[in-house]
Every structure is written in C-alpha cells, then in structure tokens.
Design a binder for this molecule. Structure first.
Ligand code: ADE
Length: 252
C-alpha cells in the first residue's frame, strides 16, 4: 500500500520528512513530492499550499502520478462547535464545501456539488476509528514531550478533546462569529472550518481512493482568529498533526 500524506503546513511536512527515509524528491506543479519510507510504510509526502484548488491539484498528482491508495490530509482549523478549544482535534466523518452554492439555478441545493449530487463527502468508518485511536494515543503519550510547556499554558491546553464530525471547507479565512453561527445553522454537526479538506474529499471520491482528514483547532474563526491562528500555527500545531500522522501510519 502506498500512502499519500499532505498538509497545509510547511512545518509539519518538515517534521515528517525528518523522520522519513527519502529515496527520491520530484517537483511537479510547483510542489516538492518526497518519496520514501516512514515507519516501514511506503509514503509520498507533500506540502499542499493553501486553499481548495491547491489541495485538489496536489491530491490529484498524488493519485494520478504516484498512484497512492490512501490520502492523509491535516492542518489547522477554526473551531465552530462551541465547546471546542485551541489544541482540540477534529476527525472528519463528513466534509462540505461551504462556499459552493449553485442554488440560484433550478434543481440545486445549497452546498451540493453540481453533477455529483452530493453535499457532504463521507469518510469510511474503519479509517475514522484508526485516526481517533492515533489522536488519543498521541495526546496521552507524546504530546507533553513534543509541545512546549509555555505553548500549552498560553493556549490553556491540558488534555485536548478528540471529536468526530463535519468539517466545512471554503476559500475564505473565517474571522467572523456571525459567519460561524450561520454555517452552524446550515451544516449539521459542524465541528470546524478550514480551507482544503472537502476539496481533498471530492478528488478522492471521484477517484475512489480512501482518505482521512483531521485538524487541530488553532482559533475559533471569530474576531480573534487572526491573532490566535498564527501564534498556535507557528509553534504548536505541527507537533500535533505530525505526531498523530506518525501514530496513524504505524497502525494503518
Ligand atoms: N484554518 C485555521 N483557522 C481557520 C479559519 N478561521 N478559517 C479558515 N481556515 C482556517
């Protein structure tokens, strides 16, 4: 099995590449693809860049050129569920493109992907279970050694929650609590908002390739998001996501 790993954070790709036995690097479409072995598994690792198009193009290359059998995608997200805090982990079971709206045309529902007739892409149950176990292991065994005490204190992180639910993606950095409220009203079981996951999900769905998306909460997509997002992303976030990916790779 060949696993494609991609994320929207350069730092996490850096951390993972340091644990990898890299046999080859290829540059395609302005992306560096690292080919090699991670914990005995064959992987291709790549930084996706930001947004739906960037993620879709990266994952298409992973599937079409490298022929990966499974795509793992991570990064940070703005929390939408009220009880979520910075450092909590969201594992997607459904992914919606919240900026897709062809409903002005007859026959289309809001968020429906035209011609696919789908509003939410679903992740297979067995992959969700593995991802959840990996996140729980990371938090109980590695997190405190990886993430500095001052970061844990600054963001008030003790034991992060791990939740499974809907992830909404769009080409907008949301820093508006009213927008979060309206998305919560429209999207069932909405946990977090980011800019890539549902695009990755669409490409994987269209190519019939398994995938998992998980996210660490960096902000609450509210008026403070532009302050919390860069602070958490800079120091702590990549430890969380690369640590969980390492666990996941070992178990898959
Ligand atoms: N990724 C992290 N925080 C985000 C936010 N508030 N909006 C969109 N993507 C994000």
């Amino acid at each position: 099995m060949l696993i494609g790993i991609s994320g929207a954070m350069q730092e996490e790709i850096q951390f993972l590449s340091e644990s990898m036995k890299i046999s080859e690097t290829k540059t395609i479409g302005m992306r560096e693809f690292y080919i090699g072995e991670l914990f005995g598994k064959d992987v291709v690792l790549v930084f996706s860049r930001y947004g739906k198009v960037a993620a879709a193009s990266t994952v298409t290359t992973l599937i079409e050129v490298f022929k990966v059998d499974l795509v793992v995608f991570t990064g940070v997200a703005g929390g939408a569920e009220k009880t979520l805090n910075i450092g909590d982990i969201v594992i997607a079971d459904k992914l919606v493109q919240h900026d897709m709206d062809a409903s002005a045309l007859p026959g289309f529902r809001k968020f429906e992907i035209p011609l696919l007739g789908i509003e939410a892409f679903e992740v297979p149950e067995k992959i969700i279970t593995l991802a959840k176990q990996s996140a729980l292991h990371y938090i109980s065994e590695n997190m405190k050694a990886d993430v500095s005490k001052s970061d844990l204190e600054e963001f008030n992180i003790t034991t992060p929650n791990v939740v499974v639910g809907t992830v909404a993606s769009g080409d907008i950095f949301v820093a508006d609590s009213q927008k979060v409220q309206s998305l919560r009203n429209e999207i069932q079981n909405l946990m977090c908002i980011e800019m890539e996951g549902a695009a990755v999900a669409q490409v994987c769905y269209e190519h019939n390739v398994d995938f998992i998306v998980f996210r660490v909460i960096s902000d609450k997509a509210d008026e403070e998001a532009t302050i919390n997002f860069p602070k958490f992303k800079k120091n702590a976030a990549s430890h969380f996501t690369s640590g969980i990916i390492k666990r996941f790779i070992k178990s898959v």
